[in-house]
Design a binder for this molecule. Sequence first.
Ligand SMILES: Nc1nc2c(ncn2[C@@H]2O[C@H](COP(=O)(O)OP(=O)(O)O)[C@@H](O)[C@H]2O)c(=O)[nH]1
Ligand SMILES: [Mg+2]
Length: 501
Amino acid sequence: MFKENKISQRLRKLEKHLKQENPILSDVVHNFRELDRISRRIGFFHREESHATSTPWWPLISILGIYSAGKSTFINHYLHYNLQATGIQAVDDKFSVICYTRDNKDRVLPGLALDADPRFPLYKVSRAIEEVAVGQGEHIDAYLQLKTCPSESLRGKILIDSPGFDADDQRTSTLRITDHIIELSDLVLVFFDARHPETGSMRDTLQHLVKATVNRRDSNKFLYILNQIDVTAKEDNLEEVYAAWQRALAQYGLTAGTSYAIYNQEAAVPFEDQDVRARFENKCKADASAIYNRIEQVGVERAYRIVGMLEQTSRMMKQDVVPILLRFVGQWRRKILWMEGLIGGALVVIFMILTIWGGYWEGLSLKLPFWHLVSQNNYIKYGIIAILLVVAVYGHFSIRRRAATNVTNKLIAEVKNPDLQPNYQRAFRKSCRWWRSLFLPNPAGWGKNTAARLEKVLDDSNAYIQKLNDEYTNPSGEDKIAAEYGRQASGGSLDPSLTRN
Ligand SMILES: Nc1nc2c(ncn2[C@@H]2O[C@H](COP(=O)(O)OP(=O)(O)O)[C@@H](O)[C@H]2O)c(=O)[nH]1
Ligand SMILES: [Mg+2]
């Protein structure tokens, strides 16, 4: 019986999971699967390949920063759920990849689960990290855990909480994993601690986070957050602390960029002065909602990007893959016909020259010696015919093979992207298999029916954009995000209402 392969099992689970979070995207998975089937039909993909695996389905928001800056406290607050241990660093402080679940309790799974989890695009994280960790001779479970949490704020996104930077052992691995996570993230919140704003204690963080993040093309995905600003209330010196922090950032080359100042009201030290408290609360509210807005926005952008990817991929199939295959299959056919024509012609000419030269022609009739032997003896006659046939068939197939090798090389030279070369090669080879007639103009697996299916995927992808527009930009939905968090994004510099009057 047909056994469903791993990829298609995963896609099925992905589809099911997305249904809970974002029905539009779960339809998109369906189309990716159709695209996979088309790609497999024409031999562009093998059974375990899928267009969906190169799609990051969930926006990844990572929270990095100095040890004890309040990262986990921030996450718990965001989730309205007490998920992460806070305070004195837990022994098992690892990178936690936090995903939504509909079960009504949270779960902790080992890092390895990332690979087996239905929300499989995470396997990229685990693979990247494994690459790093293998060099250290250590196991991925030592660095990474998967947590599922029923918080509604988590729907449609993945958060990554990170351990502090201060632990000396595992330091190199932690830093390298951090780099990978930065690469994969759509949004990176870099936390600093207002209790230690001076450069000295933040040197490591600055070096590895700030220095690594300036001069990047995607530098706008970094938010720099000065946390625990409530500690400045007592001396009412937030301005100085903030300025010192900004200077420290600038020292490492960060001049532009979005920075925020917040604190956690539950964890804050009690305020002595109620006016000061009100000022701090306002500032924090503004900045926190700006941060939350960015987090929400990332989810919306990601949805668009996925649909865009579906469109792009189907367009690539239609406009690049199929035309290129068509052209090279044509080249291959012509090459064979030419070569066989030339060889056949050359054989006739050689035969003519030899027979004329030997004087076997009497007018227009050929009088070969031993001809009567051949014509009288059926064994010899059929023997010769059989030998000629074998030679012809052998010749034909070796010409096909040679032509295929030759054209494959040209194809590879034309397809510059090394990632796609094996795919094109496989599809081309499928069209050149020995039983395929030379007179079929289309690449294997390609025809009217397949073309129509591909066209349908393209149409659908446009329809999805429309649906996303309806969901996110129609007049009633427009302010959904803003309304949810109370106010518009502020961001940028220190709120003037916070400075001392
Ligand atoms: N005063 C104050 N303390 C905070 C704030 N946020 C977190 N904390 C405390 O700082 C400590 C470290 O917080 P935690 O979230 O574990 O930091 P992490 O190491 O960055 O994850 C905990 O004891 C928190 O209660 C804040 O905004 N103000
Ligand atoms: Mg923590």
